[in-house]
Write a protein that binds this ligand. Structure first.
Ligand code: NAD
Length: 472
């Protein structure tokens, strides 16, 4: 049992003023593995005051000084890889195959922020004027449970690279991972107040960040519903807002695709992170002319996808993070059947032979209509739908008929043809015959998948305001 009873304010671990306790679970066993004492409004205000006090000095540091601090941060986070990996499996249930990536990403993303900083031009000439890119102020960084350490490190490293100080509100459900990262950041000897971490409830700590006049910017990753709420509540002080939200990403399989290559790639995109990924390719668009062939190959592959013990090397899908998430996924599987979709693999309940833990059966529906709720709403679990289409134009129309636009994939035997389809998709990212990730490129969503971009030069710019200097 871990009892987490400290938050981090002004360079110190302190006992929260808040007294509410939250239980932490191992989703594979449903056992309580810890408690976290949560911060309250007073703690949040202290954290914001510390970040505000640290801002005048940190915002004036040079690129070299920031790089030196980020370098220490990278070394300290790298050194925690094994500990982080253990926590990710225990607290989040990510299978070993996935958790290694999740444990290395937090350090990698700090290096990526450093790369962006190295090449960033903070000053440029515009006619007679000097334009100085200036840090916006104290940033409120609000993160979800599905990649706790990765999101904390990405947002914090980028904010610090820009010269901002920060108050971080991680998900209360990931407190063990947050503790490991906080200890690493403390060891990195970052000047007091530059970062503060207040784990607590969204409607308490999050709400104070949304409304406090000394928060100049919010960078939020989480659900579209909370993202919209942040836009409205933060508008009183016109905070700058970056939102990374949900998705219902299409994978378009063109009629010239090789079934043996396309099916595993589509499933990797769909079942990524046990289906609990914002970018998951959950709508698979298959040409009607080849539907039967694809259905057969997909059904076999999904039936062979192992959902179970996250410690086992062969496991591809771990448990859902919480009972609530498990129930949500079950309700969507039930809904799919009620809506008249044909169940091709999986279904309600736990996988065969499993009687505890928040495990679900990898599930695939076919003959789905894009108007069904299972085709429109983010389920956030390993539940995929096959939507048949007649021709390329209809595939593009269905792909774009969504309120989301975070990611998409096009699979084809003819790359130029696939690229021409990719150009017509309304999405922040489109992958063509690949699952690659490019950290120098902007990441974010069209439509209700977000606002603004993270990563690379675009991510850094989001923490800066252009200031025009005209000298007589
Ligand atoms: P969530 O929106 O419930 O919570 C995210 C964070 O917001 C948590 O820290 C939560 O405590 C906080 N929060 C809740 N209410 C708040 C409020 N009123 N004010 C301020 N903060 C508040 O999301 P979640 O369930 O933790 O994560 C899953 C969601 O995140 C999915 O919708 C997923 O698509 C999305 N997501 C998006 C990306 C992306 O990069 N686009 C990445 C990962 C996850």
């Amino acid at each position: 049992m871990q009892h987490i009873d400290k938050i981090y304010i002004n360079g110190e671990f302190v006992t929260p003023h808040g007294t509410e306790l939250f239980e932490l679970f191992n989703p594979a066993t449903e056992e309580v593995i810890g408690t976290v004492r949560m911060a309250d409004v007073e703690d949040t205000q202290r954290a914001i005051a510390a970040a505000k006090a640290a801002f005048p000095t940190w915002s004036q540091t040079t690129k070299e000084q920031r790089l030196a601090v980020l370098e220490r941060m990278h070394a300290a986070v790298s050194a925690r890889e094994e500990q982080l990996m253990e926590a990710i499996i225990m607290e989040y249930g990510a299978p070993v195959s996935r958790s290694r990536w999740m444990a290395t990403y937090p350090a990698d993303v700090i290096l990526q922020a450093m790369d962006a900083l190295k090449s960033f031009e903070f000053e440029q000439q515009a006619g007679m004027a000097q334009v100085v890119m200036s840090p916006v102020g104290v940033a409120g960084l609000i993160t979800p449970w599905n990649s706790d350490a990765g999101f904390i490190c990405n947002k914090l490293a980028t904010a610090m690279a820009a010269g901002c100080t920060a108050v971080i509100k991680p998900s209360e459900m990931s407190a063990i991972q947050t503790r490991i990262i906080t200890e690493a950041l403390h060891e990195a000897n970052i000047p007091a107040g530059v970062f503060n971490i207040v784990t607590g409830r969204g409607d308490v700590v999050g709400e104070e960040i949304n409304t406090h006049p000394d928060i100049a910017k919010i960078s939020f990753t989480g659900s579209t519903a909370v993202g919209k709420h942040i836009v409205s509540t933060s508008s009183a002080s016109l905070k700058r807002v970056t939102l990374e939200l949900g998705g219902k990403s299409p994978t378009i399989i063109l009629d010239d695709a090789d079934v043996a290559q396309a099916v595993p790639m589509a499933l990797m995109a769909g079942f990524m992170n046990s289906g609990q990924a914002c970018v998951a390719g959950t709508r698979i668009l298959v040409p009607q002319s080849r539907l039967a062939e694809f259905e057969q190959t997909f059904a076999t592959a999904v039936n062979n996808t192992i959902s179970g013990n996250p410690q086992a090397s062969e496991t591809e899908i771990g448990p859902m993070v919480s009972r609530k998430q498990w129930e949500r996924v079950q309700s969507y599987i039930k809904m799919g059947v009620q809506e008249g979709a044909k169940l091709l693999a999986g279904g309600e309940g736990r996988p065969e032979g499993v009687d505890k833990g928040w495990f679900v059966k990898p599930t695939l529906f076919t003959q789905v209509n894009n108007q069904m709720r299972i085709a429109r709403e983010e389920i956030f679990g390993p539940v995929l739908v096959i939507i048949p289409y007649q021709d390329d134009a209809e595939a593009v129309k269905i792909a774009n008929d969504t309120s989301y636009g975070l990611s998409a994939m096009v699979l084809s035997g003819n790359t130029p043809r696939a690229v021409s389809i990719a150009r017509q998709i309304e999405s922040g990212r489109v992958l063509v015959n690949t699952l690659a990730h490019e950290p120098q490129a902007p990441f974010g969503g069209f439509k209700q998948s977000g606002l603004g971009r993270e990563m690379g030069q675009w991510g850094l710019s989001a923490y800066l305001e252009p200031k025009t200097l005209l000298v007589g």
